[in-house]
Design a protein around this ligand. Sequence first.
Ligand code: TYD
Ligand code: MG
Length: 451
Amino acid sequence: MAKVKSTFFCQNCGAQFPKWIGKCTSCHEWNTIVEEIVQKEEKRSWATQPATKKAAKSLKIDQITSTQESRLNTNNHELNRVLGGGLVTGSIVLLGGEPGIGKSTLLLQIALLMQQRVLYVSGEESQSQIKLRAERLANHNKECLILTETKTQNIFREIETNSPQVLVIDSIQTLHTDTIEASPGSISQIRETTAELIKFAKETNIPVILIGHITKDGAIAGPKILEHMVDVVLQFEGDRNHSYRILRAQKNRFGSTAELGIFEMQNTGLREVENPSEILISEKDADLTGAAIAATIEGMRPLMIEVQALVSTAVYGTPQRSATGYNIKRLNMLLAVLEKRAGFRLGTKDVFLNIAGGLRVEDPAIDLAVIAAILSSNEDEVIAPNICFTAEVGLSGEIRAVNRVEQRILEAEKLGFDKIVLSKYNKIPNQNYQIEIIKVGSMLDIVKALF
Ligand code: TYD
Ligand code: MG
């Protein structure tokens, strides 16, 4: 008899230890080390090991019949778009977001909106609390079942009796299974309950949507492997002080991760925002300095976004720089470029930057609008409201081309802008636009174009 060999692994980072310790020396997490059996018996050569009875057979790629994945309509355009066209049957989706951002509201709303029978399992709120929330939401799917339960075995029993077509779990951190001792929310419970749910989803073809809490630094709480295990990871984000919420896909095995869903939190739940450009441009009386409109693209959708900047003389020795919805390091870089390449003395000025609507923008094409807004505030010159910007700015002050420029031009034209400023390196195949196209190549060109 060969002896059983076991090793201790950190459930958070995967580091390996010869004996149990309280704190992982690699990732510094507490109480994440568990014992795992690594070798049951003496290793034989790989070729002589017997296969199990149900071993899978390999197939030539041509022999595999392709099946179109079937998708359920969630009856919510924004969610459908982010999922890549609907909820794939048998898939497992993880929805993460800060507390109070609206995860429970979104999923309850979807449960009430879908045509299918949905089982909404909550470990956080009582049935009557959920009923109260449901009353605020307009839609009513009579087939929606509400269960307050945290033990997976009991949930599966309930599923057997009611046979729902979609399962929603509010939140994975509250679940626990009998097969493991650890307390709910611990790493091994999260891993085990998720594994049970994945098995359930794959065997029954019932899609499962999980809500996941996130930690201080924005990652989904629990082991990183959770994100590897599920098919889709969605992130629900937004500024708590604004009513707009953004739904992004961080991972999607059935669609693009570039798509974006936009919602507005109202008294009656989350409203889908179909035309985001109109709301992201603030209703300003003209003649305000420090505002510029950027033509950006998030996912497949063009978005016109207002950038606001305030440049004022610094009171303290070290000037303040602050950015909401924009990367502060990038702002510092653009300020350095303005100083070095265009001769603006911004080193002694406070600079505040704000993206209207509480949005966080990742498209680099917003750079030019940021520069324009800063210059406008610094020079106290108004930028005409009928002009918009789309270009990336490089370290040497060069104005760079952006992708999908036609789509941006068309959106600007549609929303009634008269001029769009872009890089002279952008190739524009079609020249028949109503909108005037202003091409710039360097910092000095912009200054000339603006003032
Ligand atoms: P919730 O879904 O409970 O957040 P999470 O599950 O992500 O923690 O959302 C709570 C917030 O949403 C709460 O602060 C109130 C607000 N809300 C509305 O503004 N309108 C509504 O119709 C509902 C149901 C909630
Ligand atoms: Mg909740």
